[in-house]
Design a protein around this ligand. Structure first.
Ligand code: NHR
Ligand code: GAR
Length: 210
């Protein structure tokens, strides 16, 4: 059976969605860079091993990346899942896990990379927003796209109401992507996403306005 590790920094609702989805693999560990991350307690209560690699204990980004990689490698995971993980990772870290490192970003990439995406979407006046699961590459939020979910922006939305609408769809698409990978149906091939045995459009979830 394949195994995976999940990296979090906070609440961990995407982590919960993946573990609750009973994807065909074992969650070998949940690792946080923040000791106070709420998701750690949830994982521990489920019997999932947890670890903290505090970025504040490292003198540099390179040292943090090395400490994080050492913790990950103890579990020899087939897949590393960033789920609300808030530290930018360096090139050598990303290369080490190339093709087995995925992230969920709360926008329809390539729109609104980086932080504060929901406020940026409202400021831009877009009518459609969403979330993207992608393979991680050294360039931030720029890796090959696996699946996206689109939601409407509604009149009166605040960053918080929009974030909640997007988050509900994150919880649908992220377990789906992890499931595909662990089934051996999703891979990165020369920088391209290859998904086998799915009908056309499997990577697109569109949630219409009510
Ligand atoms: N690393 C690489 N190389 N490539 C990506 O695509 C990455 C990555 C690390 C994290 C998640 C990402 C997101 O989905 C992610 C993708 C953190 C920041 C950030 O600026 C930006 C994007 C993402 C995660 N972090 C600040 C930093 O200085 C710290 C912010 C904080 O601690 O609150 O690292 O959006
Ligand atoms: C999610 O919306 C995720 O897409 C986003 O943070 C939230 C984490 O929620 N990720 C980023 O912004 C990465 N920079 P969660 O901890 O409940 O999964």
């Amino acid at each position: 059976m394949k195994n995976y590790v999940i990296l979090i920094s906070g609440r961990g609702s995407n982590m919960e969605a993946i573990i609750d989805a009973q994807v065909p693999g074992r969650c070998a560990a949940v690792i946080s860079n923040r000791p106070a991350a709420a998701g750690l307690a949830w994982a521990a209560a489920r019997g999932v091993p947890t670890a903290v690699v505090d970025h504040k204990a490292s003198a540099s980004r390179e040292a943090f990346d090395a400490a994080l990689a050492a913790e990950i490698d103890r579990h020899a995971p087939d897949l590393v899942v960033l789920a609300g993980f808030m530290r930018v990772l360096g090139e050598s870290f990303v290369r080490r896990y190339e093709g087995r490192l995925i992230n969920i970003h709360p926008s329809l990439l390539p729109a609104f990379p980086g932080l504060h995406t929901h406020a940026a979407a409202l400021a831009a006046g877009v009518r459609i927003h969403g979330a993207t699961v992608h393979f991680v590459t050294p360039a931030l939020d720029s890796g090959p796209i696996i699946i996206q979910a689109a939601v409407p922006v509604l009149p009166g939305d605040s960053p918080d109401t929009l974030a909640a609408r997007v988050l509900a769809q994150e919880h649908v698409i992220y377990p789906r992507a992890v499931d595909w990978f662990l089934q051996g149906r999703l891979r990165l091939d020369q920088g391209r996403v290859v998904l086998t045995d799915e009908p056309m459009g499997a990577g697109a979830l569109i949630v219409p306005a009510g």
